[in-house]
Ligand binder design. Structure first.
Ligand SMILES: Nc1nc2c(ncn2[C@@H]2O[C@H](COP(=O)(O)OP(=O)(O)OP(=O)(O)O)[C@@H](O)[C@H]2O)c(=O)[nH]1
Ligand SMILES: [Mg+2]
Length: 480
């Protein structure tokens, strides 16, 4: 390129000196421009590299799992793990084996306890006067036939098995006498009095373990004593297999449980029904067994789920899984900041159940009022709300058995006592509460589900995952 504005020199030099200087300086400038471009290209390269790195690391999502006790929060979390981090889920199988064994042993010991303890007014004397008088009237109902007495003796080593397994999973707490059940909602005086007393005992004695129990259970090198103890416990359980089945299928036992209005938790029935497989020393849990295993959450647990699927590998979702009991709910709010999605579980099959922690409160009404409080929270205005109406399988069973939804939810009077009608009523109710209680409009997704049904949950959670990613993209401004 010719330097502009150069004139011939009077001294006759060509090119004139000033032009030479100009040419030199323009070359310097060109060189500087080349350097600057190189630097810019390098900066662009680094920015692109960083962008690629960021893309690889991907943003984290923060999700809250809320709802009353036994709503299925931890079970839903297991479903997320099973679907999106199957290798991590598989790695925990061994830890779950001990919990499932403990669940089974507690169910058996509970039945044995029902048959060994006559009803007593003393242990329930502080509940209420009505139940005290009623229980004392019926204390003579204690029945123990010979075959059951023999089974009780033969199964007595399971007490020790329970202590060993409990020490492995929840060493910080003492094993309680097991009460893995509740009683039905019959209006009969005796049954309803018994129900309130048993529900209180259930509340006091469910298996509670701190978040670290899995790590404890899968310690790489347990001491040889622990190893031997566990091995012994498994062998005792295996040796008791036939007797467990004999107890569970015994007509007198079933009749007595029915007479006493005791309905075992659905999960404990499942483990007892599958005792032949579970009590075997060769037993390895399958996904449904793990979803059925019950460990009550203590406080608020943080779980990191790193996606293993091909679409979002390495994405990290941080779940906050809370303890649902009434007395624990005050601490939830301290986890409400920067939440991407709030997932609320309502076990709608519980329409005829009363809270173990407060037998005067109907579980479904408690769920509605808890939902209202959460919707009202100003801290959660940015979060997407996802509501799961859970335990549809149990709802279906109850309606099929003729239990009237309207007997517990009077507003439902004169409407069909079927799954469709009841579900629609609940959906509308939750939707209306959300609409009227939220400080500002916010997305709400409502799903019905059965959290122990892996096939059903697979399709549902794939859609839920997409909805959460979409929310995150919108929040990050990537989608308008
Ligand atoms: N039948 C049936 N059982 C379910 C369903 N969802 C959960 N469960 C069982 O219900 C029990 C309680 O579930 P969890 O997930 O432990 O309940 P949670 O909400 O975490 O309860 P807390 O930790 O006490 O607050 C477990 O034994 C589950 O296997 C369901 O849809 N159907
Ligand atoms: Mg839980």
């Amino acid at each position: 390129m010719r330097p502009t504005g150069s004139k011939p020199s009077l001294s006759g030099e060509w090119p004139p000196r000033s032009s030479l200087e100009e040419i030199e300086s323009s070359e310097v400038r060109l060189e500087e421009e080349r350097e600057a471009k190189k630097r810019n290209d390098e900066i662009d390269r680094l920015i692109e590299l960083e962008r690629q790195e960021l893309k690889k690391r991907r943003p984290q999502a923060k999700l809250l799992l809320l709802g009353q006790a036994e709503a299925g929060k931890s079970t839903l979390l297991k479903n997320f793990q099973l679907l999106f981090a199957p290798k991590a889920f598989q790695a925990e199988t061994e830890a779950w084996r001990a919990v499932i064994h403990l669940n089974l042993v507690r169910a058996v010991n509970f039945i044995l306890e029902v048959f060994s303890t006559p009803y007593s007014t003393e242990s329930h004397s502080n509940l209420n006067n009505r139940s005290q008088s009623s229980l004392s009237n019926h204390s003579a109902r204690h029945v123990l036939s010979d075959p059951v007495r023999t089974l009780r003796m033969r199964l007595s080593p399971l007490r020790q098995v329970e202590i060993i397994l409990h020490g492995r999973i929840a060493p910080e707490s003492q094993p309680h006498s097991p009460v893995p059940g509740s009683s039905n909602s019959s209006s009969d005086d005796f049954n309803s009095d018994l129900r309130s007393s048993l529900d209180v005992r259930l509340f006091d004695t469910s298996l509670r373990a701190r978040a670290g129990w899995k790590a404890l259970a899968r310690l790489k090198r347990p001491t040889s004593t622990t190893q031997d103890e566990l091995q012994d416990a498994r062998q005792v359980l295996d040796a008791c297999r036939d007797d467990i089945i004999a107890l569970w299928t015994n007509a007198i036992v079933q009749e007595e449980l029915r007479k006493r209005a005791i309905i075992l938790d659905d999960s404990y029935i499942y483990f007892l029904d599958n005792a032949v497989r579970i009590a075997s020393t060769r037993y390895s849990p399958n996904p449904e067994d793990i979803l059925r295993a019950r460990v009550q959450t203590i406080g608020v647990e943080e779980h990191h789920l790193v996606m293993e699927d091909e679409i979002h590998p390495g994405h990290e979702w941080i779940f906050y899984d809370v303890e649902g009991r009434r007395g624990q709910r005050a601490v939830w709010a301290s986890f409400f900041d920067d939440v991407n999605a709030m997932i609320f579980l309502s076990p709608i099959s519980n329409f005829d159940v009363f809270l173990p922690e407060d037998p005067s409160v109907n579980s479904m009404l408690d769920s509605f009022s808890l939902w209202k409080q959460i919707c009202e929270s100003k801290l959660l205005t940015q979060a997407t709300f996802i509501l799961f109406l859970n335990k549809m399988d149990l709802l279906q069973k109850k309606l099929d058995a003729g239990i009237q939804f309207s007997a517990y939810v009077p507003l439902y009077k004169n409407q069909p006592n079927d799954l469709e009608g009841v579900t629609l009523y609940c959906k509308r109710k939750f939707h209306a509460v959300h609409k009227h209680s939220s400080p500002q409009p916010r997305p709400l997704h409502i799903h019905t589900c059965t959290a122990i049904d892996t096939a059903f949950m697979g399709g549902l959670l794939a859609r839920v995952k997409d909805a959460i990613f979409l929310t995150m993209l919108r929040e990050n401004g990537a989608l308008v």
